[in-house]
Design a protein around this ligand. Structure first.
Ligand SMILES: CC(C)(COP(=O)(O)OP(=O)(O)OC[C@H]1O[C@@H](n2cnc3c(N)ncnc32)[C@H](O)[C@@H]1OP(=O)(O)O)[C@@H](O)C(=O)NCCC(=O)NCCS
Length: 175
């Protein structure tokens, strides 16, 4: 799967992306809501896991390249998650800190949402977000999602943001 937006290309990761991805996933601030920042071996394992997701699920987190520079500046994509006894597709993202505040995460997440409703047999997409992660909640809200429920996810309180098929046209985001 390759997705193109105004400013971004979303493409499959390759092991060659480890160095550029480390600038995202080894950053303490960016990884504040993940279990921990990743070291180089952790980044390589993270890429391997996504290569397996592509093979097993047909989806995964994708490399986010900025068109103007060709640089990898984050990840955004779709993960098949098992949440409270059902399989749901989650939209997830991390953006390199020096690119925050430009609408790039929302642009990528919106493209993933539209791709997912066009290509996956699902009527609902979710994002699992810690209540205190306001920037991520705002991306979900700009992506047309609302809080569906609150759950304990891997030992921590999370909001399950969700959007149902057909609601995406009512999302007012202008990119
Ligand atoms: C979550 C994360 C990707 C959000 O990044 P972000 O830069 O705030 O989000 P966007 O790229 O959508 O940018 C939105 C901001 O750009 C501004 N903006 C500028 N131009 C814009 C445009 N064309 N379109 C939309 N927003 C635009 C918005 O007003 C908003 O600014 P604000 O935060 O001051 O309100 C980032 O904080 C991150 O990587 N966090 C760590 C990882 C993480 O928590 N991931 C989610 C786990 S659930």
């Amino acid at each position: 799967m390759i997705l193109e937006t105004n400013r971004l290309i979303l493409r499959k990761f390759s092991p060659r992306d480890a160095e550029a991805l480390a600038l995202v996933l080894s950053d303490h601030e960016t990884m504040k809501y993940d279990p921990a920042p990743l070291d180089r071996a952790g980044v390589e394992q993270w890429i391997d896991r996504n290569l397996r997701h592509y093979a097993d699920d047909g989806v995964g987190l994708f490399a986010m390249d900025l068109k103007t520079t060709g640089q990898l500046i984050g990840d955004c994509g779709i993960i098949r998650q098992h949440v409270e006894n059902e399989f749901l597709y989650e939209i997830g993202y991390h953006l390199r800190r020096d690119h925050w505040g430009q609408g790039l995460a929302t642009e990528a997440a919106t493209a993933c949402r539209d791709w997912a409703f066009a290509n996956l047999k699902t009527d609902r997409l979710i994002s699992l977000i810690r209540p205190e992660n306001l920037p991520s909640r705002q991306v979900a809200e700009r992506n047309g999602m609302v809080v569906w429920k609150e759950i304990n996810w891997r030992g921590l309180r999370h909001y399950v943001y969700a959007i149902n098929r057909g609601r995406e046209s009512q999302s007012s985001q202008v990119l």
